[in-house]
Write a protein that binds this ligand. Structure first.
Ligand SMILES: Cc1cc2nc3c(=O)[nH]c(=O)nc-3n(C[C@H](O)[C@H](O)[C@H](O)COP(=O)(O)OP(=O)(O)OC[C@H]3O[C@@H](n4cnc5c(N)ncnc54)[C@H](O)[C@@H]3O)c2cc1C
Length: 448
């Protein structure tokens, strides 16, 4: 298809979420030479830590290399998911039943935390219920989805997820060509831009000093804590918190050497015509395919557009090229969206740990929470709060199975970037092979 057939007249490479929640420059002021806590990064992890520290009486400075909140926290899909990156059977195989279940439960604890937080703070970020469908691209994928749901139910982690056959899937969605799927009623989604803006405002109201355009370049321990050097000056502080996830660099080299940074891509369509909306989204809906490197499509919170995402790890080149790929993926998954034009396209960085679960802890006296493996909006919020609790000495009876687990080093000390390129090539090759039947069918329908 030509660019004219795919790109909207309003095409932009700015995230769709920033239309309603634009990035705002932080006010300049005198450089603070001292703080009780310096938080590096102004995404949900950093800001939840900063907010609760400030409310606990600490003087907090957040240093942000770019604009406030311009990382993955305002670029994501806004799904509030009761699961992490690994499926339940993978968690239990890797960590054993007990720890696997405890890790899975943190996704549920994190949802409660985020929902309560938004309610108590009066943050309106369009949280609403969606019918979510996982779409199985092969019989094998269907078996894996069913096994995962069965283990989640046994563990009491989710109770209402339903594996469904291809006929029921077609009845409910009109979609054909899948080997069935999993239906998740009352699944939650939000507007991540508005969530972040609300959080940012609460931080400012609580007296957190947020300094944008300021990259932390080094930290050095001293007798009372740390000297934090940045592109704009130095601050001495008692505590340092790293909330840099997919944007972690050599300034925090311990984590940098243990994380694989992964770009993930998204696009929004122009507002859809009423007949397309009625056929694909008769209710607020979200769809995810069953590949490891997933493609997803959801209805925008205002009920007018499709949002599509995926292609973890892909090097996109130009925004126009990214849009073409997102459009093709969307049309292949949901042919009824093939005539929709792309209005926004953007990308964000995630961080994958080598055991594929989030990490939280302390190293060289500094705190961190990161490695969310693409699912960090809720868990990052919750772990940010947990860091503040730890620093303030607030005890909680909520279990935290991430506590005490160290961020694993790459196997054979391989460079994380190289490990990632190897890993993603294998994942993509396996996805390609396992979904060949589905692709062939769509090709026959003229969708490449
Ligand atoms: C396309 C996409 C879709 C996603 N969809 C979902 C989803 O639907 N649900 C979900 O739960 N999760 C999702 N995620 C993941 C989620 O967005 C992230 O896990 C989460 O936002 C991480 O938040 P954070 O605060 O830890 O990091 P970020 O929001 O990425 O913020 C890190 C910040 O640190 C700053 N920084 C880095 N180094 C320095 C330095 N040296 N000095 C100063 N500042 C620095 C960066 O500039 C950045 O602003 C998605 C991610 C992407 C990219």
């Amino acid at each position: 298809m030509s660019n004219a057939a795919i790109l909207s007249d309003a095409f932009t490479s700015s995230p769709y979420w920033w239309d309603a929640a634009p990035r705002i420059p932080m006010k300049d002021g005198a450089w603070p030479s001292h703080a009780d806590a310096v938080v590096v990064g102004s995404g949900v992890t950093g800001l939840h830590a900063a907010l609760h520290l400030a409310r606990g009486g600490r003087e907090v400075v957040v240093l942000e290399a770019e604009q406030a909140g311009c990382g993955a926290s305002t670029r994501n899909n806004g799904t509030i998911v009761p699961f992490l990156y690994l499926k339940q059977y993978q968690l239990e195989r890797r960590f054993g039943k007990e720890v696997g279940r405890a890790i899975a439960m943190t996704a549920i604890q994190a949802i409660s935390y985020m929902l309560n937080f938004c309610e108590q703070e009066g943050i309106d970020c369009a949280i609403k219920e969606y019918d979510r469908y996982f779409l199985a691209l092969s019989e094998r994928h269907m078996a894996a989805l069913s096994e995962s749901v069965s283990l989640q139910r046994q563990g009491g982690i989710v109770t209402d997820w339903q594996p469904i056959g291809p006929d029921r899937l077609t009845d409910e969605t009109g979609f054909t060509g899948f080997s069935g799927g999993v239906y998740v009623p009352r699944s939650l989604g939000c507007h991540p831009g508005l969530y972040h803006s609300g959080l940012l405002q609460r931080c400012l109201d609580a007296g957190v000093r947020i300094i944008d355009g300021t990259r932390v370049t080094a930290t050095r321990a001293n007798a009372n804590g740390f000297d934090v050097s940045s592109s704009n000056g130095q601050i001495s502080t008692r505590d340092v918190v790293w909330g840099t996830n997919g944007y972690t660099g050599p300034e925090f080299n311990w984590a940098n050497e243990r994380l694989m940074p992964v770009p993930i891509h998204m696009a929004a369509t122009d507002p859809l015509p009423p007949d397309v909306l009625a056929s694909v989204f008769p209710t607020p809906r979200a769809f995810i395919d069953s590949k490891t490197n997933i493609t997803w499509v959801r209805l925008s919170p205002d009920g007018t557009r499709a949002l599509v995402g995926g292609r973890g790890g892909m090097r996109v080149g130009s925004p126009e090229n990214n849009a073409r790929i997102m459009h093709a993926d969307m049309a292949r998954l949901i042919p009824a969206l093939a005539s929709a034009k792309i209005s926004h396209v953007w990308s964000g960085q995630c961080a994958f740990s080598f055991d594929n679960v989030p990490h939280f802890g302390q190293v060289d006296g500094m705190y961190y929470a990161l490695g969310y493996c693409g699912v960090g909006m809720t868990i990052g919020s919750w772990l940010g709060k947990r860091i503040a609790d730890r620093i303030l000495g607030v005890s909680t009876d909520e279990p935290n199975p991430y506590d005490g687990r160290t961020l694993p080093v790459p196997p054979m000390q391989i460079d994380p970037h190289v490990a990632f390129r190897l890993g993603i090539s294998l994942v993509n090759a396996r996805d390609w092979w396992e979904s060949r039947g589905y692709r062939a069918m769509r090709r026959e329908q003229g969708l490449t």
